[in-house]
Design a protein around this ligand. Structure first.
Ligand code: SF4
Length: 188
C-alpha cells in the first residue's frame, strides 16, 4: 500500500483512531512490554494493514520487548513472528488482517488480550472503558444493551459514533481496519 504510518505517532493514532480491540492491545503492549502470540498476530496484522512498514514494525516490537528481555532473546523468540506477518519468512504468504467476525469467533483465554472487547469482556469493564474514552452516558447505555443482545459490531459502530461527534461510519463496522480508515477520513 502507498500509505505509510509513522510509528512515532502510534500512541496518538491509538487514542484517536483505533477501535477498542486494537487500542487495548496497544496500551497493554506499552504497559507490560509483552503480548502473547495471538495478540501479537491480531495487532501486528492490523498495524501492517494501516501502513506500518516492516522495518518500523520490527523496531516497534523490539523497543517494547527489549524493556523486559535482551535483544538476543527478542531475536530468537519474537522477531520471526514479525517477519512471518510480513511474509518475509516461512511460506511467504501475505497474511490478511483479521476481520471483526474472525476476532469475535476466536477464543480468548485468561491472560490473553486479543479478541473483541464487546464480545469477550465483562460488561463492567466495557462500561469503565467507555467512560475512559469519553462516551456519553446515553451512549454507554445503548452500547451495553447491544452487547447484552449479542450485537457486538453494532455496539462497536455506536462506540465509533460516540467518539466521533456522532458521525456514523459508512456501514456497520465489520473490520478493525475499516474503523481506522473511516476515523482517519473524518479527521482529515
Ligand atoms: Fe474490534 Fe471489530 Fe470488536 Fe470493533 S467489533 S472492537 S473493530 S473486533
Amino acid at each position: 500500500s502507498e500509505k505509510e504510518i509513522d510509528i512515532r505517532n502510534l500512541d496518538n493514532y491509538s487514542k484517536k483512531h483505533f477501535p477498542l480491540c486494537m487500542k487495548h492491545l496497544h496500551e497493554t503492549l506499552r504497559a507490560s512490554h509483552h503480548l502473547k502470540h495471538d495478540s501479537r498476530l491480531q495487532y501486528g496484522l492490523f498495524l501492517k494493514a494501516i501502513g506500518v512498514r516492516f522495518d518500523d514494525a520490527l523496531e516497534f516490537w523490539r523497543e517494547e520487548f527489549t524493556k523486559i528481555m535482551d535483544n538476543d532473546k527478542f531475536e530468537k523468540n519474537y522477531s520471526y513472528n514479525v517477519k512471518h506477518a510480513y511474509g518475509k519468512v516461512g511460506s511467504m504468504v501475505n497474511y490478511s488482517p483479521f476481520s471483526c467476525l474472525k476476532i469475535i469467533m476466536g477464543s480468548v483465554g485468561a491472560g490473553d488480550h486479543h479478541g473483541c472487547p464487546f464480545k469477550h469482556w465483562d460488561a463492567s469493564l466495557v462500561k469503565r472503558k467507555m467512560m475512559d474514552c469519553g462516551v456519553a452516558s446515553e451512549g454507554i447505555e445503548s452500547i451495553l444493551a447491544l452487547v447484552k443482545n449479542g450485537h457486538f459490531q453494532i455496539a462497536c459502530t455506536k462506540y465509533f459514533e460516540f467518539t466521533h461527534s456522532l458521525q456514523a461510519p459508512s456501514t456497520t463496522i465489520n473490520h478493525p481496519n475499516q474503523f481506522f480508515e473511516e476515523s482517519i477520513n473524518i479527521a482529515t
